[in-house]
Design a protein around this ligand. Structure first.
Ligand code: SF4
Length: 105
């Protein structure tokens, strides 16, 4: 079972068939939850370099974490839990600013 299938277990999507982590040639499943930065960097590089489902994987993780209040952990879509949190915060801030700009005109 790939990381993508684990992640998308609640709501399986067709994108999981494109998951590079399901190919058996990438990092070990445990490495996707490693705490060592060197391992995290290697996994992230693998996702960005080889996975054509990276965007879907990232969006699925961010949605799941936001909607279900799931504790962030592991690397999905090439981003660590901190990276996904920072991205979600930046997106919310940008949405608020766009809303403010729209109401000011
Ligand atoms: S981005 Fe990484 S974790 Fe997500 S499906 Fe691709 S290889 Fe797996």
């Amino acid at each position: 079972m790939s990381i993508a299938e684990l992640l998308d277990g609640i709501r399986p999507g067709p994108w999981t068939v494109k998951a590079a982590c399901g190919s058996g040639s990438g990092p070990d499943v445990d490495d996707f939850h490693a705490r060592a930065q060197a391992v995290q960097h290697a996994v992230s590089r693998f996702c960005f370099t080889y996975c054509s489902a990276r965007t879907e994987c990232l969006e699925s993780a961010i949605q799941r974490e936001a909607l279900h209040g799931v504790q962030r952990h592991g690397i999905y879509g090439g981003l660590t839990a901190t990276g996904r949190h920072d991205l979600a915060v930046r997106r919310r801030k940008a949405a608020r600013e766009a809303e403010g700009a729209g109401s000011a005109s």
